[in-house]
Design a protein around this ligand. Structure first.
Ligand code: ADP
Ligand code: MG
Length: 268
């Protein structure tokens, strides 16, 4: 922990303490003929409380980045710090512990256990947290209430709509109060209306304090986040605060991003 440092995130928020997530000059090469350079020299940091979009076309390296950030895979070179811990120095067992305590995942395909109740899908995510089943279920019920599925605790995933399934997955991701939630195309399998509701929910959880990174190929999804990191061919090509809701002045500025020629606006 580097105590006392104050940095300013791209979202313009003053933050103290070390970032939740920090990648420094990370590369990832998948072996093969030819090898695939999925990440090239990627550096990015995420502070507590942020809501970040990672936006890029298919194949740009977004999922690879998320897997490294979530310690599901290891970098070829460079450094990955999760809650200040250098994942390269941790054993697989320690990584599993770090994942269980600090990282929540949401996937496009939900990945729920179909034969288990909604309640146990969420409760079982805390199996490694060292708490009793009764406690796990109580925490799970609370998380499911937060995603407004408190009335579906005994249902099976097969009895739910796509949007409801994704809400279960989100409850599962946040139940253990992780330092960061990583969501890979969380609206990719949902219609637009249902997807928008899922984004509302993620926004609400972020307002309540959850740090969230959403990976997407969809500009409209990224536009809902407060910060947008763009990827192309394994590189970060831009990283900026998203446009705030436009004031009249901001809207005018956005309409003419290039400085006008002196004769612009003159009567012709
Ligand atoms: P995105 O999520 O942006 O679509 P990915 O991170 O999935 O991108 O993929 C980045 C590149 O790495 C692509 O060229 C993809 O084919 C390749 N890739 C991803 N996973 C693997 C893997 N396990 N083995 C080999 N190549 C992979
Ligand atoms: Mg992907």
């Amino acid at each position: 922990m580097s105590a006392g440092t104050v940095t300013v995130s791209a979202a313009g928020l003053a933050e103290s303490a070390s970032p939740v997530l920090e990648l420094t000059e990370v590369t990832k090469v998948y072996p093969g003929t030819p090898p695939v350079h999925a990440l090239r020299d990627v550096s990015v940091r995420v502070q507590a409380g942020e809501l970040v979009a990672i936006l890029g076309p298919s194949g740009s390296g977004k999922t690879t980045l998320l897997h490294l950030a979530g310690t599901l895979d290891r970098a070829t070179s460079g450094q990955v710090l999760v809650t200040g811990l250098d994942v390269a120095r941790l054993s697989d067992r320690q990584l599993a512990g770090l994942r269980a305590s600090s990282v929540g995942f949401v996937f496009q395909q939900f990945f729920l256990a179909e034969h288990e109740t909604v309640l146990d899908n969420v409760a079982d995510a805390m199996l490694y947290a060292g708490v009793s089943q009764a406690t796990r279920r109580a925490i799970a019920a609370e998380a499911l209430a937060r995603v407004r599925l408190g009335h579906k605790l005994t249902a099976r995933p097969t009895q739910l709509s796509g949007g409801e399934r994704q809400r279960v997955a989100i409850a599962r991701a946040v139940a253990g109060s992780p330092a960061i939630v990583l969501a890979d195309e969380p609206t990719g399998n949902l219609d637009q209306h249902t997807g928008a509701a899922i984004l509302d929910l993620l926004e609400e959880l972020n307002r309540l304090g959850t740090t969230i990174v959403v990976v997407t190929h969809d500009q409209a999804v990224a536009g809902r986040m407060r910060r947008e990191v763009r990827m192309l061919d394994g590189r970060i090509v831009s990283d900026a605060a998203s446009q705030p809701a436009p004031s009249a002045a901001a809207a005018a500025a956005a309409a003419s991003p290039v400085a006008p020629h002196p004769w612009d606006g003159e009567p012709r």
